[in-house]
Design a binder for this molecule. Structure first.
Ligand SMILES: *[C@@H]1O[C@H](CO)[C@@H](O)[C@H](O)[C@H]1NC(C)=O
Length: 272
């Protein structure tokens, strides 16, 4: 799809120079205007070179640090080698840990931000909602890849990874929590950007209070953003997520992999 679009845009550029119309235009351009043209190109190039670091800076100053692509097969290197020369049996654990660390960090960030969300400025509230929705997407992708590519291999020696066993059941419990949490965030985003949210924004919600004796910002009505409901849904999600991450890590620890009777070669061949 993307390739097709790129190709369609490229073809006119590759054809034009050879067409008679464009060559007669080129012939009419004086040396002076060619020089001017080159100067403009150089100025534009230096401007974009200068703009790029600014964009990077802005992205990194956002609090929404993206989680790494959760084990997407397309991004997996063709030859998988253990990162360290340490214990090969901890290979799977070490490769999984950064993803888990990211999930823990994101949900901690959400929980940390929650108490102030009822009065956040609109843009910040939208960012908070986006962080939650992104966590939902990344967790669901992570689970479906685990269930399609990693768990079936592990299940050959470890029954906890079987199709109807512990870890898949934990995914199911979490999926329900994710749907409730993600559903509420997306519904909030629709209300916030719809007529209700616009009306509340016009009434000063999320903005500094006017009267001198009052500090802080005006809260959003709970008909637009129900911070307590989101806090409850976050709590339910955390209660499903955090013990599951721990249980999964215990199941793939070097000790568990040894106890299950994997050979070193087999461990290194697990697709992660
Ligand atoms: C949130 O949870 C508390 C405690 O379980 C409960 O009393 C409250 O009604 C819940 N609030 C919402 C909005 O769901």
């Amino acid at each position: 799809m993307r390739d097709g679009r790129r190709r369609r845009r490229l073809i006119p550029f590759t054809r034009h120079p050879s067409s008679p119309a464009s060559s007669s235009i080129v012939a009419r351009i004086s040396n002076l205007s060619l020089l001017l043209f080159a100067a403009i190109i150089i100025i534009l190039a230096s401007l974009t070179a200068r703009l790029r670091p600014i964009q990077l800076l802005r992205l990194s100053s956002l609090h929404l640090r993206p989680t790494p692509s959760p084990l997407a097969p397309a991004h997996r290197p063709l030859i998988t080698m253990p990162r360290s020369r340490g214990d090969p049996y901890s290979y799977l654990y070490e490769r999984m840990l950064p993803f888990h660390a990211n999930f823990r960090r994101t949900i901690a960030m959400i929980q940390h931000t929650l108490p102030q969300t009822q009065t956040l400025p609109k843009r910040d509230l939208e960012r908070f909602l986006a962080m939650g929705v992104q966590l939902v997407h990344h967790l669901e992708m992570h689970h479906s890849i685990e269930e399609a590519h990693i768990f079936p291999v592990l299940a050959t020696k470890m029954p906890d990874f079987g199709a109807s066993a512990t870890h898949v059941h934990e995914h199911e419990v979490m999926h329900a929590a994710l749907e409730a949490f993600g559903g509420e965030l997306m519904a909030t985003h629709r209300r916030l950007t719809g007529s209700q949210g616009k009306k509340a924004e016009a009434e000063g919600c999320g903005q500094a209070l006017q009267r001198e004796e009052e500090e802080g910002r005006k809260a959003w009505p709970r008909s637009v953003y129900d911070g307590e409901k989101v806090a409850n849904l976050t709590q339910t999600l955390a209660e499903a997520l955090l013990p599951h991450l721990e249980a999964e890590e215990a199941s793939i620890s070097a000790k568990s992999m040894r106890a299950a009777g994997w050979t070193e070669e087999e461990v290194l061949r697990i697709p992660i």
